[in-house]
Design a protein around this ligand. Structure first.
Ligand code: NAD
Ligand code: DAU
Length: 363
């Protein structure tokens, strides 16, 4: 079983959900969480883990190859689940260098550590070790309205510096499997939402701005389409691919839905109207504001999940409506987490950088 795991980026959104999921459901596992605690990672996200006995946190950089090699040796780890990344498209537009450094150089460095310790030193092979790489649907580019959904064989065509850096890391992983025989698996997933997501991303940003009486900034015409997946469903998919997926293969993961951004924001507003109505009785949707679009904004993503469904029997458990309801409920109950994260991470300066110069778009 692949259950002595180095999780990278486990203090971030999906990584912290994954660690919690594994420690609750597979308590015989042992996890070392390596995280640099950038603006996106916080100890607040991993404060309430169920067990500290089979969990160890290390603050450090995935680019530190010696550190990673020592962690693999010292803890006898047989698995890497690699989440650590710069993950926000808007930040990649305003500052692409960090994306090349972390997503490309960082992944390269991890692959080197795994190759040297697992293959060269310990002579381990398929069935004994596994490097699982977490990637995104954004590597496939954008779809026109009638194009068929992305699938594992869709050619890569990344459009943002973020997507290009993830595509590069995917290709490095592929090359280590083909050239050195490193046992790898890879998953390309659609937009996640749920607990512990940093409030720079659409869903938590809209919930928090709505509650604070601020504008809800919708890029362009708001008719871009994403496929949304509740984060717990992503965690179950990763675990299944890790344990049962075929070595060297990639698997597409998605939520089987196609809402526009406007529909997502309207749904969130309707849930908030119900659970936490504005004191003056005004619907939250009145706070929506169309603003200047994201440069190079991908119009539509959609994912075929036939391969993971047919081979491994995975499919999402949560509908979009249920997942968004659970998410709003979580953020309403987490005022302390929100305040701590904002203070710790200098959140306001990002808001000013990204939103101040976005004028209202023409309707
Ligand atoms: P996130 O931004 O919330 O967290 C990233 C984590 O990585 C943070 O804890 C950060 O401190 C850590 N990190 C960054 N640089 C590091 C370094 N050099 N060394 C060690 N740790 C470092 O990201 P997320 O949204 O949880 O995404 C996790 C992964 O999933 C990423 O690889 C992302 O590309 C991928 N992904 C995300 C989504 C999504 O919707 N969020 C969808 C598909 C794929
Ligand atoms: O598709 C998977 C990807 O989903 C992941 O690989 C990325 O790590 C993750 O950040 C996410 O990327 P997106 O760019 O799709 O997510 P974001 O939440 O930033 O934006 C979702 C949509 O909402 C997108 O069309 C842009 C739009 N948007 C976003 C923000 C932050 C707005 O209209 N207004 C906003 O203020």
């Amino acid at each position: 079983m692949f259950n002595r795991i180095l999780v990278t980026g486990g203090a971030g959104f999906i990584g912290s959900n994954f660690i919690r999921y594994v420690l609750i459901n597979f308590p015989e596992s042992f996890i070392v969480n390596l995280d640099l605690l950038t603006y996106a990672g916080s100890l607040e996200n991993i404060k309430d883990l169920p067990s500290q006995k089979n969990y160890h946190f290390v603050e450090g950089d995935i680019r530190d190859e010696e550190l990673v090699k020592n962690l693999l040796r010292e803890h006898g780890l047989n698995t890497i689940v690699h989440f650590a990344a710069e993950s926000h498209v808007d930040r990649s537009i305003l500052g692409p260098r960090a994306f090349v450094q972390t997503n490309i150089i960082g992944t390269f460095s991890l692959l080197e550590a795994a190759r040297k310790v697992w293959l060269d030193e310990k002579k381990l092979g398929d069935g004994e070790v596994r490097f699982h790489h977490i990637s995104t649907d954004e590597v496939y580019g954008t779809l026109a309205p009638n194009d068929s959904a992305f699938e594992e064989t869709t050619p890569y065509a990344p459009n943002s510096p973020y997507a290009a850096s993830k595509a590069s890391s995917d290709l490095l992983v592929r090359s280590y499997m083909h050239t050195y025989g490193l046992p790898t698996t890879l998953t390309n997933c659609t937009n996640n939402y749920g607990p512990y997501q940093f409030p720079e991303k659409l869903v938590p940003l809209m919930i928090m701005n709505a509650l604070e009486g601020k504008d809800l900034p919708i890029y362009g015409d708001g008719r871009q389409i994403r496929d949304w997946l509740y984060v717990e469903d992503h965690c179950t998919a990763i675990w299944q691919v890790l344990q049962e997926g075929r070595t060297g293969e990639s698997y597409c993961i998605g939520g089987n839905n196609q809402p526009t951004n406007l529909e997502i924001v309207d749904t969130l507003c309707a849930i908030l109207d119900e659970l936490h109505p504005n004191a003056d009785g005004k619907p939250y949707a009145l706070q929506k504001k169309l603003v200047t679009d994201r440069p190079g904004h991908d119009r539509r993503y959609a994912m075929k999940i036939d391969k993971i469904k047919n081979e491994l029997g995975w499919q999402p458990k949560y509908t979009l409506k249920d997942g968004l309801l659970k998410t709003v409920q979580w953020y309403l109950a987490q005022k302390n987490w929100i305040e701590a994260i904002r203070k710790e991470k200098n959140y306001q300066s990002w808001v000013e950088k990204n939103y101040t110069n976005r004028t209202e778009a023409e309707k």
